[in-house]
Each structure stands twice: as C-alpha cells, then as structure tokens.
Design a protein around this ligand. Structure first.
Ligand SMILES: O=C(O)CCC(=O)C(=O)O
Ligand SMILES: [Fe+2]
Length: 281
C-alpha cells in the first residue's frame, strides 16, 4: 500500500466508458485491463490521470476560462455570492478563508454543492427538496493568485496545505500550463502532478480507505503556485451520502486478514468534523 512512485500513471479509460452500460462488460479484455490499471494506481499512488473520458478538451478549457473570469471580478462583486452558514456553505470563499491544519490557504474558491447544508444544519430549502439520502457531490472552482498579488501580511507559501480528500473520488480539471499540484510518495518526496492537457487528475479519498479496509490509501497532496501566473482548477468531489455508514466491505476484509481495520464511519460526521476544522468565517 503506497509506494515510492516517481510519476503518476495515465490511464486511457475509453474501453470502460464505451462499455459502461453493456451487461457483458465483465468479458471485455480491454475493459478488464483498464480496471486492473485503475486498481494498481489506487494501490500504488492513490492518484492517476484519465484520458478517453469523453469530455471535450475545449469544454474543459471553457470551464477554466469562466472560472478565471469570475475570480478577476472586483472583490465586491464576488462577495455578492459569499459563502455563509445561511447559504448552506455554498458560494465564494476569499483568500485565506479556507484553512488546512491551522494555516490559511492562499486560494479563493466557489463551492457548488448539495447535501452539506443538511449535514451542517443549514437551510434545507436551499436544496430544492433534496433529502439526506441523495447522492452527494461537491464542485469547487479554485483560484490560486500569484503570491506577490496577496498583501504581505496575509501571505503564506501554500496555495492549499497538505491534506487527503474526505470522500470517495476526486476529479481535477487543472490549468494546462502551470505546475503546482504536488503528491507525496511513501518516502515523503513531493512529486508534481504536472498538467497533461485534456486529462483529469483523479485521487481517492478517506472513505475509500475505510471501504477497502486499507487496500486503497488516500495520498497527501498540496498546491504551491510559484508560477508568475494566476492558476485555476476545478475539482469534482464524488462522496458518500452524508448519512451513509461506511465500513470495510466483506471481500476486502477477507483479502486483508479477515478483520476490519477501521471502524464504521458515518460520512456526514466525518465531513462536518473535517470541514469545520478547515473553515474560518
Ligand atoms: O487545485 C488542485 O489542483 C487540487 C485542489 C485540491 O487538492 C482540493 O481542493 O482538494
Ligand atoms: Fe485535495
């Protein structure tokens, strides 16, 4: 579990995308090969790139361009959609408002999500009648300013401090010409997840560790924008339902000595605990 990987694998998932609704998918050799590569990547690095996902590179770029445009607006404009408890913790977060391990992160962001208001006791009506049992996802648009554009008294050296993601799987559409996302291997070296145009960088989160009884381990990562340009990324977090009780599944327990290495976790509780320690208002 975990290794001294020096680079992050790139996986062409087109056989999987093509056959995803095919009842005979389990007999497809190309598809099985993709599944094997995904399995290896989750065991070794906890990180992988995907191509062949079917989303046009032009659309991925457009999403980043719109994100960039929003963050260029005057601060007063951005504040019109400010993230508050009343907004269900959706909306705009200024530079320094997000905190990782006690240190303010040098990024601004917009969170678009559902479910979390219920978990945090926010207004349920903001969520169009959705209930706690609905699948949970969060989309986060992130901007990392050039450090000299941040007032010196606010400035730290990290765009986003070292962390693992909370949920199951994260997909990141990152700027295609700025190297800033770093992933830690077992020896403690930081390996760049350098941009590969047209790909998503994917990584597994804390819940997949519990579910797989530790066969898959989430990997620490951080963002440091040392480039002379503003960087944007768009992250999609795929998560457990907030009321889901996640525990090691039986076939993973059998493969790892027969007993559960992790206790049952109610996802909403894990999330609230992590989000509240990551947030200042
Ligand atoms: O901006 C990135 O490339 C990654 C951001 C990240 O790790 C996160 O928001 O959890
Ligand atoms: Fe992350």
């Amino acid at each position: 579990m975990g290794s001294d990987f020096k680079s992050i694998p790139l996986i062409d998932i087109s056989p999987l995308v093509e056959k995803i609704d095919d009842p005979n998918m389990a007999n497809d050799k190309d598809l099985l090969q993709v599944v094997r590569m995904l399995d290896d990547a989750c065991r070794e690095a906890g990180f992988f790139y995907v191509k062949g996902h079917g989303i046009a590179e032009s659309l991925m770029k457009e999403v980043r361009d719109v994100t960039q445009k929003f963050f260029q607006l005057p601060y007063e404009e951005k504040l019109k959609i400010k993230m508050t408890p009343q907004s269900g913790y959706r909306g705009y977060q200024r530079v320094g408002e997000n905190v990782t391990k006690g240190k303010p992160d040098m990024h601004e962001a917009i969170d678009i999500m559902r479910g979390i208001a219920l978990a945090l006791g926010g207004p349920v009506d903001a969520f169009e009648g959705k209930t706690a049992g609905d699948p949970f996802w969060v989309c986060r648009l992130i901007g990392y300013p050039v450090s000299t554009d941040i007032p010196e008294e606010q400035r730290t050296d990290t765009g986003c401090g070292a962390h693992t993601d909370y949920g199951l799987l994260t997909l990141v559409n990152q700027d295609d010409d700025i190297c800033a996302l770093e992933v830690r291997n077992k020896s403690g070296e930081w390996i760049y997840a350098k941009p590969l145009p047209g790909t998503f960088v994917c990584n597994i989160g804390d819940m997949l560790k519990v579910w797989s009884n530790g066969i898959y381990q989430p990997t620490l990562h951080r963002v440091v924008n040392n480039s002379p340009r503003y960087r944007v990324s768009v992250a999609f977090f795929y998560e457990s339902n907030f009321d889901a009780a996640v525990e090691p599944v039986e076939f993973c327990r059998e493969r790892t000595g027969g007993f559960a290495k992790y206790e049952k976790v109610v996802y909403g509780e894990h999330l609230v605990q992590k989000v509240l320690t990551n947030f200042v208002m």
